[in-house]
Design a protein around this ligand. Structure first.
Ligand SMILES: C[S@@+](CC[C@H](N)C(=O)[O-])C[C@H]1O[C@@H](n2cnc3c(N)ncnc32)[C@H](O)[C@@H]1O
Length: 345
């Protein structure tokens, strides 16, 4: 929503909440436009409301209400003949053909907020999540695809950096919750002798399988569909990756998982945890912090997770038998925790 505060205009209108209200409506309207196929229909060129209604199967009397709203919110432009076109912002950020497209994120968050945030008050009252996020996701193939595409898009930039700066992973890598495979691929590309096993939920590993084949790594990477709480993680791995997984679980589930990870590593093996910790790095910009604190709320309401502090994760690691825990800053709020299992296993 490319709208800026006009202090004079908003002086008497509780500017923060009023802009939040517009933002909430804008987000809902943009999600609806995307689901109805409006932005996609306009990628080939401008159309009148009547043409758009025919293409998208929508009501020609009501569609212009949405279209004019989207014009005022910056998503569409309206020409003199009441012809609509994607705005520059929409064309440059919501085209699914673009690998950096925000379209999967908009679609995913729109579904999630629309369906799973209803019980926020109840979660804060009782401490209980309102849903099991991954069960909900597995039952919604389109949202699941958007979620994994969004994660993959986020990992495209960070994966090579992490793989290059992480300690030498040895020869056997275990990537827990690494379904989209981008991190495993980056590690395999940096370390030609590495073989890897990825464990993730069945729906998540499907996208990863295609990327692994595309990268020509089919012989070196094994995909194991399963639940991290029960799947066979194997033994004797040199390095395990636990990237952006701990925040989805509460303390008890993390303790149990880290115990299983310790058992799957060889004595002296390495665990790399990539996370945004609740104690954010100094200098985190306010807009990044605002997103991350809201993301923490999302974790609480949809899956009983949260952003954990570094000290909490380090404490669980010590209980699980890890002997050395180091915190390394990466670009932005992501951080890498490097831990080693004791030589006795
Ligand atoms: C936030 S994503 C992180 C993906 C990837 N590791 C990364 O950093 O980009 C969490 C991943 O953990 C997987 N996951 C969550 N709960 C799981 C469970 N109980 N068993 C297996 N995988 C799980 C999800 O399917 C998802 O791929």
């Amino acid at each position: 929503m490319p709208l800026y505060l006009d202090p004079e205009e908003l002086r008497h209108q509780a500017p923060g909440p009023h802009l939040d209200l517009i933002g909430a409506m804008a987000f809902r309207a943009a999600g609806a436009a995307q689901r109805l196929g409006i932005f996609e229909a306009l990628t080939a060129g401008p159309l009148s409301a009547a043409e758009l209604a025919a293409r998208t199967g929508t009501d020609p009397g009501t569609l212009p209400v949405l279209l004019d709203g989207l014009v005022s919110l910056g998503y569409l432009d309206r020409g003199p003949e009441a012809v609509y076109a994607n705005s520059l912002m929409t064309a440059s950020s919501l085209d699914r053909r673009d690998p950096w497209s925000y379209a999967p994120a908009l679609a995913f968050w729109s579904d999630l907020l629309g369906e799973l945030w209803d019980g926020l008050e109840e979660t804060v009252r009782t401490g209980k999540p309102q849903a099991d996020f991954y069960t909900w996701l597995e039952g919604r193939p389109r949202t699941l695809r958007d979620f994994q595409t969004m994660l993959d898009g986020m990992a495209v930039g960070t994966a090579p950096l992490v793989a290059e700066t992480a300690p030498d992973p040895g020869e056997r890598l275990l990537d827990l919750g690494g379904g989209h495979a981008r991190h495993t691929i980056a590690f395999c590309q940096v370390h030609p002798r590495l073989t890897a096993t990825i464990v993730d939920l069945p729906g998540a590993v499907e996208g990863g399988r295609a990327r692994i084949e595309e990268a020509g790594l089919g012989e070196r990477v094994t995909l194991v569909p399963g639940d991290l709480a029960t799947a066979d993680l194997g033994t004797g791995h040199d390095t395990a990756l636990l990237f952006n997984v701990c925040h989805g679980f509460d303390a008890a589930a993390n303790r149990a998982l880290l115990g299983r990870v310790a058992a799957a590593l060889r004595p002296g093996g390495t665990l790399l945890v990539l996370e945004t910790f609740a104690d954010l790095p100094e200098g985190t910009p306010p807009v990044v912090e605002a997103f991350l604190r809201s993301f923490g709320l999302n974790l609480a309401v949809t899956q009983g997770g949260r952003l954990h502090s570094f000290a909490d994760v380090a404490g669980w690691l010590a209980e699980a038998g890890f002997v050395h825990v180091e915190r390394r800053r990466l670009a932005g709020p992501d951080e890498l925790l490097v831990a080693t299992t004791g030589e006795e296993g």
